[in-house]
Write a protein of this length. Structure first.
Length: 358
């Protein structure tokens, strides 16, 4: 049983959720990731929470190989089969990328509402909606005005943002209370803007949903294997990221080479230690690991490339929220993060980079 909980912000500030959230992006994307496996993973995380707390689930309108709503359709089947779990979850959905660009026009957002509702079915409604990226073609005030209209129409109950800067978050919250801001936070990604968003969110009573707390799985690897393709198998989108190719991966793993030893001394896994450090950044910071990545990272050491979520891995991730770090442990990990010696970009480069810190 998990003990600690967290609270969301803004209009959702009275909603208790698990101290660690559950990212669903990779669920259903491999032949092994069947409904049975995914459902078991979801149930295990929800069942481990204290009474009254909800599991924060993070899905997306485009979480699939086809960039379609397959992930949401999987959730629809889960809640149809297990309707008793609907009220035990808080579902956040990212959406409205059109032609690989963010589009927060009212017409496009309305189309997104229909896509999400059709995919989820009748047993679960999304609790929070967030544009996947900030649309540069309009002001954040206009984006928020559009979202407020849809919220008042009853499509969702709370508004979130993703990959936003601290200034954008502040301006958005002045229009309508933002419940959560989703940004990447890990030992490889602790930029000055990361700190500003975390501080601004604390000031404004907004939860920070910290995605990729274990660096897309690789913060738990002891060392890079000699075969690059084995690290990023066919179909794995991480093969596109510059942090994981052209010699950068070997260098970057050395940056966090102390992590496994620290974890062993603590009696936890490296993934749990990385998640616990993110949670230690503030009570409003909620780590969002994807359990498939944790499983991949552990399996990486034996070159077993299984890319799907398991119930045991989900519980392991959630349990990291109960880990208390000492002052010395936090200082050691802060030093790793503050050094900022990582090579390569968070995304694939090129046009994608313009949407970071929108």
């Amino acid at each position: 049983m998990i003990n600690k909980i967290a609270y969301l912000g803004g209009t959702a500030s009275k909603i208790p959720v698990g101290r660690v959230a559950h990212g669903l992006m990779m669920m259903g994307r491999t032949p092994e990731s069947t409904d049975e496996v995914c459902f078991a993973s979801l149930k295990a995380g929800i069942d481990a929470l204290p009474a009254g707390a909800k599991m924060f689930l993070n899905s997306g309108e485009f979480y699939s190989k086809t960039l379609g709503p397959e992930n949401l359709e999987m959730l629809g089947r889960f809640f149809a089969k297990h309707p008793e779990y609907a009220d035990k979850t808080f579902l956040s959905v990212k959406g409205r990328i059109r032609n690989r660009e963010p589009d927060c026009s009212m017409e496009n957002l309305r189309n997104g509402m229909l896509t999400v509702q059709r995919a989820l079915g009748t047993h679960k409604k999304m609790d929070l909606y967030e544009p996947a990226r900030i649309d540069h073609s309009m002001s954040i005030e206009t984006i928020m005005d559009n979202l407020v209209v849809l919220l008042k129409e009853g499509h969702f109950a709370h508004i979130g943002l993703s990959e936003c800067s601290a200034e954008t978050l502040r301006r958005a919250n002045a229009v309508y209370p933002v419940a959560a801001a989703e940004i990447e936070v890990n030992l490889w990604t602790y930029e000055e803007e990361t700190k500003k968003v975390i501080q601004t969110a604390r000031e404004l009573n907004i939860a920070v949903i910290a995605y990729s707390p274990i660096g897309k799985g690789f913060l738990t690897a002891l060392k890079a294997q000699p075969s690059g393709p084995a690290l990023t198998p066919a179909g794995d989108y991480r093969a596109r990221l510059t942090r994981f190719k052209d010699g950068n991966l070997e260098h970057n793993l050395q940056v966090v080479s102390a992590l496994p030893e620290l974890a062993t001394k603590k009696g936890v896994t490296a993934a749990q230690l990385a998640i616990a450090w993110v949670a230690a950044l503030g009570p409003h910071v909620i780590p969002l690991p994807g359990s498939s990545y944790a499983y991949f990272a552990v399996s990486l050491l034996t070159l077993s490339l299984t890319l799907y979520s398991t119930a045991a891995r989900t519980v392991e991730n959630c349990a990291a929220g109960d880990i208390e770090l000492s002052v010395d442990e936090i200082a050691t990990m802060n030093a790793i993060a503050e050094a900022r010696q990582v090579r390569g970009d968070r995304l694939a480069g090129g046009p994608e980079l313009k949407h970071l810190w929108g």
